[in-house]
Design a protein around this ligand. Structure first.
Ligand code: HSE
Length: 308
């Protein structure tokens, strides 16, 4: 049976000020997915680690994008997916995006890359719809493209790949689950004009800072006056982590995606490890289990690790 294995990285959506429009791909953690080509029109998704998965592939974050892909193929083929999950669902690290993006990139390899990257992104967003009820691309786009991406628009899809200076990323994942759908529901539907002005100033500043390799501008722009004040209430220790890490030398950071993970960007490796110490101290004191990562920006996105 024809098969490929792909590595599907974690992602940080929003990058603090860019709700639904900015996302970054990480080196660590990453899922592994094995995808097999079937000679009948069906999609099967299985977990290698015993995670309970919905039986109906249309209700699965890897299955739904593959069903969309199959709609555009005449041949009588299908896919079987085996997921080795390392990115915990509900962590805010793009777990559903890794499954969705990994499935379509792997399937495309099995089909001799007949679909474009933009097609793959379009399919993978159906996985996000299953996971959170909304088609957002700020995890799937960086997961497929790698690096940092700006989602200028999803209707029509318009993705801008942003260059950035080298940075170390420190992440803490407190072991509590926050569902993206819940974290979206608590948001206010209207935004005050003065908050919007501050927010789009920060988004523009962050994009400019990334492109100009200006660490100080990046640091000043890592501010969210709209989403963070609401969502941070779901994350015990959030303020202590953020303040402590910035005091320890981080450029800034905030909630990763819809949380509960928190990430910090760092110019220097030393401050990335100091941020990890701060995070560990805060969650040890609060008494919540946690996992930390000191990692870097992954410029490659989903990648083939084996095609046998
Ligand atoms: N932009 C989305 C949100 C990302 O914050 O709801 C979810 O991972």
């Amino acid at each position: 049976m024809k098969k490929v294995t792909v590595k599907c990285p974690a992602t940080v959506a929003n990058l603090v000020c860019g709700f639904d429009v900015l996302g970054m791909c990480l080196e660590d953690p990453a899922d592994i997915m094995e995808v097999f080509l079937l000679n009948e029109n069906k999609v099967i998704v299985r977990s290698a680690d015993g995670y309970p998965l919905p039986e109906d592939p249309a209700q699965n974050t890897a299955g739904a994008p593959l069903l969309e892909m199959l709609k555009e193929i005449d041949n009588n083929i299908g896919f079987e997916v085996l997921i080795h999950k390392k990115i915990k669902p509900g962590s805010g690290l793009g777990s559903s995006a890794a499954s969705a993006a990994g499935a379509v990139v792997a399937a495309n390899h099995l089909l001799d890359n007949r679909f474009s990257t933009l097609d793959l992104l379009k399919f993978s967003m159906f996985g996000e719809k299953v996971a959170s009820g909304v088609k957002h691309a700020d995890n799937v786009a960086p997961c497929i493209y790698g690096g940092i991406t700006l989602i200028r628009s999803i209707h029509p899809l318009d993705i801008v790949e942003l260059s950035s200076p080298p940075m170390y990323v420190t992440v803490v994942h407190p072991q509590i689950e926050v569902k993206t759908s819940d974290a979206r529901q608590i948001l206010r539907k209207e935004v005050q004009l003065k908050s919007a002005i501050r927010q789009w100033g920060n988004i523009a500043g962050l994009v400019a800072g990334l492109l100009k390799n200006d660490y100080q501008l990046i640091s000043r722009s890592l501010e969210d006056v709209i989403i963070e004040p609401v969502r941070s209430m779901l994350i015990p220790g959030f303020e202590q982590v953020k303040t402590g890490c910035i005091e320890a030398g981080s450029l800034g950071g905030g909630i990763s995606g819809s949380g509960p993970s928190i990430f910090m960007l760092n110019e220097k490796k030393e401050s990335a490890f100091r941020a990890e110490e701060v995070m560990s101290k805060v969650f040890s004191e609060i008494g919540i289990e946690y996992k930390t990562y000191v990692t870097q920006i992954n410029p490659r996105g989903v990648e083939l690790v084996d095609n046998n």
